[in-house]
Design a protein around this ligand. Structure first.
Ligand code: TYD
Length: 142
């Protein structure tokens, strides 16, 4: 796991768990801070009330990078790059972020109480999505 303070812009091109540490105590509660990220934040969104049996995602992005948190609950991620290398991640602590670079096919499974918070490198653009798996894996042939 990478300490987020050590990351320099453009340094990481692989999905990676980032440890944002926490300030506080079990008696008071905690604060985590996203000060240094691998990109400038252009958009923030959050996803919630996803039924446990639903698999979300099923897409990749051409340009977008993200740092994603489970600020509540547990979210399981299956990621795949265009060389078809697969990696699984579980977000189950609010201070832990998952960096997802561009060109990663993802699926996500939420626990019933999960809230996903996404810090995104780009504004929303449907043209940035690759929503067909065959199109995604064909990028490796180009
Ligand atoms: P999508 O990114 O496909 O969700 P997930 O990966 O969690 O399954 O987005 C779901 C819908 O919401 C889709 O119709 C696009 C829309 N949307 C926006 O309009 N703006 C946004 O910033 C995001 C993230 C999604």
């Amino acid at each position: 796991m990478n300490n987020c303070m050590d990351i320099k812009i453009g340094d990481i091109h692989q999905p990676e768990l980032l440890d944002f540490k926490r300030i506080g105590s079990s008696t008071l509660g905690y604060i985590s801070i996203a000060e240094k990220l691998p990109f400038e934040i252009k958009r923030v969104y959050w996803t919630y009330y996803a039924p446990h049996e639903v698999i979300r995602g099923h897409h990749a992005h051409k340009k977008l990078s993200q740092v994603i948190f489970a600020v509540s609950g547990t979210i399981k991620f299956e990621l795949e790059n265009i060389q078809r290398v697969q990696k699984s991640f579980i977000l189950d602590r609010p201070e832990m972020g998952l960096y997802i670079p561009k060109l990663h096919w993802r699926t996500m499974e939420f626990s019933h109480n999960a809230v996903l918070l996404c810090l995104a490198s780009e504004q929303y653009d449907e043209n940035d999505y690759i929503r067909g798996y065959d199109e995604f894996v064909s990028l490796n042939d180009r």
